[in-house]
Design a protein around this ligand. Structure first.
Ligand code: ADP
Length: 189
């Protein structure tokens, strides 16, 4: 199996790039943000809980997020591999993912980290607010909170995969197509 983590701060382009990569490599795309938003739309209990954190730019608690992710992986027993987008976002989530995969005789193949300067992120998220309908994109304070949470809690996750020799930094500035080509060069055939 090919199990990729597409990593990067809010607005780095993880969702955009995943959409292409899943088709090209025949992978299942698991975006925790998308799954939470589907639950919010469906007005589930999980959605209500997630919304209270997402609207503040905070992370949904680890136990809830990990359990949800694991049950999504289990729904795709025939998958050739996964793209994890927006997960793991804390070192606890990374540890849980590693042991969960290990229990299935699997592992993370690589972490592809889209590197984008903060100033660019802020302007991309503000622009996305116009079309995404996402309340967490519309408020500059919530955007700043998400970037701060990323720096404090999520950025350290990269050290975990760096230490395992699985980290691949990708320049996330440029055209969508150019960035896709950089990712494909890093992933290989
Ligand atoms: P972005 O990368 O633009 O922030 P996402 O759709 O990945 O967008 O995430 C939106 C929000 O969903 C996050 O700010 C957070 O509140 C919640 N979320 C997504 N993934 C996770 C996760 N792995 N752990 C905790 N919260 C998460």
């Amino acid at each position: 199996m090919r199990n990729l983590i597409l990593f990067g701060p809010p607005g780095a382009g993880k969702g955009t790039q995943s959409a292409f990569l899943v088709g090209h490599y025949n992978l299942v795309h698991l975006s925790t943000g998308d799954i939470f938003r589907a639950n919010i739309k469906g007005e589930t209990e999980l959605g209500k809980l997630a919304k209270s954190y997402m609207d503040q730019g905070q992370l949904v608690p680890d136990d809830v997020t990990i359990q949800m992710l694991e049950s999504e992986v289990d729904k795709h027993s025939q998958a050739a591999g996964f793209i994890f987008d927006g997960f793991p976002r804390t070192t606890a989530q990374a540890g849980a993912l590693d042991s969960f995969l290990e229990g299935r005789g699997e592992t993370i193949s690589s972490m592809l980290a889209l590197e984008v300067p903060e100033k660019e992120l802020r302007s991309r998220l503000m622009a996305r607010a116009a079309t995404s309908g996402r309340t967490d994109d519309a408020d500059p304070n919530v955007i700043q909170k998400r970037i701060d949470v990323y720096n404090a809690e999520t950025a350290p996750v990269s050290d975990h995969y760096r230490a395992a020799g699985k980290y691949k930094g990708i320049d996330g500035v440029g055209s969508i197509e150019d960035i896709t080509l950089r990712l494909m060069a890093a992933i290989g055939d």
